[in-house]
Design a binder for this molecule. Structure first.
Ligand code: SF4
Ligand code: SF4
Length: 194
């Protein structure tokens, strides 16, 4: 009895040791999986996240006029498995620690992480494209210091191919050089007189 009274008085003096949530605030562990976020600067619309999402929580809707797309993550379906984050090739998916998802039933279709990406015209031919995100372009062209990733990323795949072909084209010998080259080949191939 004395032990119980001791604990009772101590608790009365110290107050509750639990957080008052939901009447007050509580803490959020830094690494808790709370909400999936999409970075519109990094998303390329490749669909890998949608493909890997077993919960079917990700939707990518391309505009009919081909000018961009909207990517949505429905939080009520998301089970926070982090598969989308794992497989996203550009690092556009992150999961923050905001777990405050309680909502009225009427609000359920608003529980979305949604980003709309608008295509830009290719800087050579004008075809609408999703430019390569700058950090990705820097990584891709890290071994080509002669190229400016910030310029190359605004080209469509076809124009990039043409630029690559121009850059890698062989140096074709001029007429005089061809003649000299043929003579030297003929001389080296001539039979040696014994
Ligand atoms: S979030 Fe990542 S995986 Fe999903 S479409 Fe964008 S780039 Fe692709
Ligand atoms: S965390 Fe898992 S369930 Fe949620 S959107 Fe990503 S892949 Fe789908």
């Amino acid at each position: 009895m004395a032990g119980f009274l001791k604990i009772l008085f101590r608790n009365l003096l110290q107050g509750p040791s639990t957080d008052p949530y939901p009447l007050g605030e509580t803490f959020s562990p830094e690494r808790i999986r709370g909400t999936v976020r999409i970075d519109p600067e990094l998303c390329m619309g490749c669909g890998m996240c949608r493909y890997s999402c077993t919960a079917g929580a990700i939707h990518i809707k391309h505009r009919a006029d081909g000018t961009g797309y909207t990517i949505s993550v429905w939080q009520d379906s998301c089970c926070l498995c982090a598969s989308c984050r794992h497989y996203c090739p550009t690092g556009a998916v992150s999961i923050d620690n905001d777990w405050h998802h309680a909502h009225e039933d009427a609000d359920k279709f608003g529980m979305l992480e949604q980003q709309t990406i608008t295509y830009e015209p290719c800087s050579h031919c004008g075809t609408p494209i999703r430019p390569i995100p700058l950090p990705i372009a820097r990584r891709l062209y890290a071994r080509n210091p002669e190229l400016d990733p910030d310029i190359i990323r605004h080209l469509c795949p076809k124009c990039r191919q043409i630029e690559d072909a121009k850059r890698n084209a062989c140096h074709l010998p001029q007429h005089g050089e061809t003649q000299a080259h043929d003579d030297s080949v003929a001389a080296s191939a001539a039979p040696v007189k014994k």
